[in-house]
Design a protein around this ligand. Structure first.
Ligand code: FES
Ligand code: FE2
Length: 453
């Protein structure tokens, strides 16, 4: 294996292009797990996934298995899923409700706050056996913003607020569609994986250039549906396609977005969601009630499919009603989890409309998600071509605008991809000296100080 200090990231990431080895090289993958996922802030889960005391879900931070659990006092804990005896995972169920975690090898049992509470045959240990020092290891830093739970495996670093920066406003908008920070995450998980690098899905999620090509069949089906429907109306075709209006933004720190807020103003000038009236007995009343309580714009957001389209570096995507989480598995294998959310305020019929329209584009037999995954695997395959090993990211570079620290471009410009790579490179270069840190960490672990840095 190459020393990670031998990798010249300045040579591999240019302003207008990146080298294909960044998607394929296992040494680079190991380095980015270390520097990006095992040191920085990583999105782990939403507190709505563990609504009740003793609820848990299995997660990962980078490659490390984590249990997200709401303990008996209502606090969300992030525990590393590894028995302190001989290292087996102590929980294998993907989700559930439990009173404790019991390792199935020799039966050591842990409380929901990680404390070691049970050791079969404990009298076989000497006086130096300190049960209180052998709890499940906690993720060193845990911070929650509006119900979004983030973890960092590094005990030191910038705060979560500093990391989120301008992107915090987009999280506000996502949960702000409900009354409190209580989006409901009870509709199951749509999970898929593809044979390709995790950054392909990050880039694609904020790519305003591809939909008209990759998703052409969706656009055609939409037109056909409206035109062949009971009340064919050109204004509806125009309105739905107006929803593709927007701008690309680099918010800083690798957080980027396609800002479609213009669509909200479109919707205010037309009927925000005729389907609501059509299928909900109380649809008209709900529209009026929501508008009265929250104002027209927020109500229109609720009734349509959400208010933001944002990537939170390095692994969270908010689109429509979904939280999407990227889980790198290896340089060329990635798992993606989609968590559709519900809003308590809405009539069940309206939540159902939101879910169905989400499934139509993102579901496993839908118009959108599967097409994108196919593209990821084509790119990964194309990376085997070694001549001219570059991917271009120059679209719209010459016309980027800078406003209040935000870089802005047309919707189909590659502002967003450049923003992700800029942060990726910054973190990978800041981590120079990683090998030294790793050696120090190993010394600390062997010395038993527990210090990671
Ligand atoms: S490895 Fe867990 S009890 Fe032995
Ligand atoms: Fe797509």
């Amino acid at each position: 294996m190459r020393s990670q200090q031998d990798i010249d990231y300045n040579a591999l990431v240019k302003e207008d292009r990146v080298h294909i080895s960044l998607y394929t090289d296992s040494d680079i993958f190991a380095d980015e797990m270390d520097k990006i996922f095992h040191r920085g802030w990583v999105y782990v889960g939403h507190q709505g996934e563990v609504p009740n005391s003793r609820d848990f879900r299995l997660k990962r931070i980078g490659l490390q298995p984590v249990i997200m659990v709401r303990d008996q006092h209502g606090k969300v804990q992030l525990l590393l899923n590894r028995c302190r005896h001989r290292g087996a995972t102590v929980c294998q169920e993907r989700q559930g409700n439990t009173r404790s975690f019991r390792c199935m090898y020799h039966g050591w049992t842990y409380q929901l706050n990680g404390e070691l509470s049970g050791v079969p045959g404990a009298d076989a240990y000497g006086d130096d056996f300190k049960r209180e020092e052998l709890g499940l290891v906690k993720v060193p830093r845990v911070a929650t913003y509006r119900g979004f739970v983030f973890g960092s495996l590094s005990p030191a670093g910038i705060t979560l607020e500093e990391h989120l920066g301008r992107a915090a406003a987009e999280l506000d908008l996502f949960v702000g569609l409900s009354d409190a920070d209580d989006v409901e995450v009870v509709s199951g998980i749509h999970k898929y994986n593809y044979q390709g690098n995790w950054k392909l899905a990050a880039e694609n999620s904020m790519d305003g250039y591809h939909p008209a090509i990759v998703h052409a069949s969706f656009a055609q089906a939409l037109v056909d549906k409206i035109k062949n429907g009971p009340s064919p109306e050109q204004p509806r075709v125009d309105r739905d396609f107006a929803s593709f209006r927007g701008i690309a933004k680099d918010l800083g720190n690798g957080h980027v977005m396609l800002d479609y807020k213009l669509r909200i103003y479109d919707s205010l000038n037309s009927d925000p969601l005729p389907e609501v009236r059509a299928v909900t007995p109380t649809g008209q009343a709900q529209i009026e009630e929501l508008s009265r309580r929250f104002g027209e714009q927020r109500a229109a957001n609720m009734l349509r499919e959400g208010g933001t389209h944002t990537f939170i570096f390095p692994n969270l995507i908010l689109i429509g009603i979904q939280m999407r989480v990227l889980q790198p598995l290896s340089a060329n294998h990635t798992e993606v989890c989609l968590y559709p959310t519900l809003l308590k305020w809405l009539a069940p019929e309206v939540n159902t409309i939101r879910l169905r329209s989400h499934e139509a584009f993102f579901g496993s037999a839908s118009f959108g998600g599967p097409d994108d995954s196919e593209i990821f695997e084509r790119i990964q395959d194309g990376c085997a071509v070694a001549l001219e090993p570059w991917q271009l990211l120059s679209r719209g570079l010459h016309r980027e605008r800078h406003e209040d620290g935000i870089i802005i471009g047309d919707l189909a410009d590659e502002v967003t991809q450049r923003g992700i790579w800029r942060q990726w490179k910054r973190v990978m270069l800041q981590g120079a000296g990683a090998a030294k840190t790793a050696r120090k960490r190993t010394r600390n672990l062997v010395a038993g100080t527990g210090k990671r840095g």
